[in-house]
Ligand binder design. Structure first.
Ligand code: DX5
Ligand code: ZN
Length: 227
């Protein structure tokens, strides 16, 4: 479970991070540059501070142009996972390798309209595939149900490749939709408004986790903890 700080109070980021520290595995940090997506959030200086103050490892999702230039810096700053977008990277292999060399997990993200299959040869360079289940840029949007087959196909692609690659879903993940994502093969779940919009964010994370675990167990017991 990776609660997204995008739905948190940006003036109280450390407090919001503490609120989910006992029940979440990661803290998802959405970096947006106002170019790759029509929204602007936070960048490296805030991530550097969060590394010092959050009690969870940071999962940085870079929705920025030219991630080749910027992504390694997030890993060097101490983010434990750094994800770049397939649509934005011009040298994804070099950048994914640079992220890993700096000690972080390397993620590759796909917008709803971007197919994963052309990138199948890159799987050895990847620790996590992130599938957007909304158009990136804003929280609180409705989950795109028609992407469930894409989650399933991507899980099959990963299984055929072998090795341990996490499959993250991001966008519209809620008590309503998380079971369908887990059933389709996702094993890491980003949730913004479903967590920080809840009265008790920590409890919301636990509830979401239970729903995911039971849906996965009903499917085939794919889910393990990602600590
Ligand atoms: C959107 C971000 C998401 C966002 C999800 O571009 O990548 O991480 O926080 O928000 P919810 O969970 O509200 O859809
Ligand atoms: Zn995100």
């Amino acid at each position: 479970m990776a609660p997204s700080l995008l739905a948190a109070d940006f003036a109280r980021l450390a407090d919001e991070a503490y609120a989910v520290a006992d029940t979440a595995d990661w803290l998802h940090v959405d970096v947006m540059d106002g170019h790759f997506v029509p929204n602007l959030t936070i960048g490296l200086p805030v991530v550097e501070s969060l590394v010092r103050h959050a009690r969870l490892p940071l999962d940085c999702h870079l929705m920025i142009e030219n991630p080749d230039r910027w992504a390694p810096g997030y890993a060097e700053a101490g983010a434990r996972s750094v994800t770049i977008h397939a649509e934005a990277a011009t040298a994804p292999i070099r950048t994914l390798r640079a992220i890993r060399s700096a000690g972080a997990r390397a993620g590759l993200a796909f917008n709803p309209a971007t197919s994963v299959h052309p990138y199948a040869d890159l799987l050895p360079e990847i620790d996590m595939v992130l599938l957007m289940t909304i158009e990136p840029g804003f929280g609180g949007q409705d989950f795109m149900d028609y992407l469930l087959p894409k989650i399933r196909n991507t899980r099959e692609l990963i299984a055929a490749h072998g090795g341990e690659i996490w499959l993250q879903v991001d966008g519209g993940v809620s008590e309503e939709t998380i079971g369908r994502c887990a059933d389709a093969g996702a094993d890491m779940f980003v949730a913004g408004s479903a967590v920080f919009g809840a009265e008790d964010p920590a409890e919301a994370v636990s509830t979401l986790r239970q729903l995911a675990v039971s849906a996965a167990a009903a499917a085939d017991g794919r889910i393990g903890g990602h600590g």
